[in-house]
Design a protein around this ligand. Sequence first.
Ligand code: IVH
Length: 666
Amino acid sequence: MTELPESIRERAKELRREINHHDYLYHVLDSPEIPDKKYDLMMNELIKLEKEYPGLFTPDSPTQRIGGKPGEGFGTINHRVPMLSLGNAFNEGELRDFDQRVKSKLDSKNVQYVVELKIDGLAVSLYYENGIFVKGATRGNGETGEDITTNLKTIPSIPLKLKDDLTIETRGEVYMTKTSFLELNNTREEAEITPFANPRNAAAGALRQLDPKITASRQLSVFMYSIGYYESNYFSNQEQLLNFLKTQGFRVNPHYYLCQNINEVIDYCKIWQDTRFDLNYTIDGLVVKVNSIDYQEILGNTLKNPRWAIAFKFPPEEAVTKIIDITLNVGRTGALTPTAILEPVSLAGTTVKKAALHNDDYIKEKDIRIGDTVLVHKAGDIIPEIVGVKKEKRSGEENKFKMPSVCPVCGADAVRQEGEAITRCTGAACPAQLQEGLIHFASRGAMDIEGLGPAVINHLVNKGLVKNVSDLYYLCKEDLVKLERMGNKSAKNLLEAIDKSRSNPLYRLIYGLGIFHVGERTARLLAQHFKCIDNLINAEENEITVIPEIGPTIAKSITTFMKQDQNLTLIEKLKSAGINMHAQNENTREKLQGLTFILTGTLENFTRTEAREKIESLGGKVSSSVSKNTDYLIAGDNPGTKINKAKQLGINILNEDGFQYLIADD
Ligand code: IVH
């Protein structure tokens, strides 16, 4: 073994301290301080050192987060203190009953409660010995859970080391954000893998992966809310406990409230009934906890539930509406997907007009017909779904849906292969497939070609001007002005936007190619690792899986894509059209991730909406009022009073040039 010089040990220590600190700032506090590039450089240096000097290994090294080798299966962990579940209250009356039970057992009239959000994820227990994360488990049956330590280490908001050298078991909920869930389901749908029904199932699937790299790629997060085993009392009530967790480096949900009595509890619960739809994660209720730990101990537990806490569950959000029609969409791969067009109905914070019907079997199983009255809900608060048909409302006028035997767009045979659920258009030149491929290519996450939306693409395809994505780069003004509603100015702008996309970062092209399983983040990782398209074309599967987060399924999909002659010809044509095929500074995180902006005054080159969209497309947020959480105020001409407040708070103020510089590609 290579001898381990003291200077190397010190450097590794320093890198770990720095990386852990920046992980904490980024993932726990949502306020990063350094650019991604700098973070990546530190991580790469540490990985290299640990490879060269295996003696450097420590279980709390941030390199452990990347996800090691796939495991054979999960061991079990016996919880030192059982993980109980909560009793439920479904209405105000049941909350008052709970309050009565608590007060009578305590023989007290004044009981404070802490009310927290009930995160709809998976309960986990994390064990720390002398401040180091040593193991973690699922709840299991409450007595024994599964040992998912390696997977938990990939979750960046779980600290690998606490602030103090404590031996303690903490508990919380692992969840997936709605954004990550939708992104994951999009990728799955594109790859024709059954999408997850809700973020909770997606998070559960990710946590129970035998390959920790897959867990790492699913972008899970955690909120901690309680403590199982501990050696001494660091707190005397739930509010202090939450603060204690925060000071040790855990991520704690900011929305909790100390209520002086049950009326305040009920009011707080009511607030969240609607506000919950604004959160980027799902909650299925609130948890009401007696604040005082002494009281909690007096109250104790029943066999299954604590007597000092209860879950207030929201009633299910459902609505009744009518199916006006069932339409078919032909996807990039020719898949014919039916969608129910609904009479618009208000549900869980939005107006619902459509619900996915997935495939023929799904429609048959539920016996869904055009004209039916149906009950809809939103799976995981996000995805409209038909729960069931109100058959008693049928008049006999309803029409059964029949999957056509030809593609509704190109007329080629539509075929359902044996063993498959999906019916597919077999037309090699199907304009709908081409159109969907082009929409993806031009989309914001991919080549980001402004002005090249579905309508223009539709005209281009119908006129036969574009037969594959590379044809876009050979369009001229004369071609464009022939299109409906395309004036000289729009044609000029579109050509400029297409031209500009030639020098896009490489990841945009990789994503735009539409390879199964390759989402935006994977594309970034590939670009960063392989540096140019030729290296990616020639890569073997095992050369791709060395990338943290990329497992064998994605790798196989890439090599399969890169072996097809027609794909290679397309890439050659794109090369000849002058598209950038090399990585410059590809970031693995969005440029403005975690940054909050305020817009004020008139900008010359952007409308408000455009500026907002640009910021959001780069991962930033736009807020309406200046606070200490604001990172930048962008001031155009005639700024409002917000600029004064920003000055008072010492917030960075940028003019339009500064803004352009900030958002420009590296
Ligand atoms: S406290 C004794 N607090 O809800 C039980 N649980 O049915 C202590 N949950 O298994 C749990 N958010 O998975 C608590 N803020 C929160 C929670 C929460 C979600 C989950 C947890 C638990 C289930 C109870």
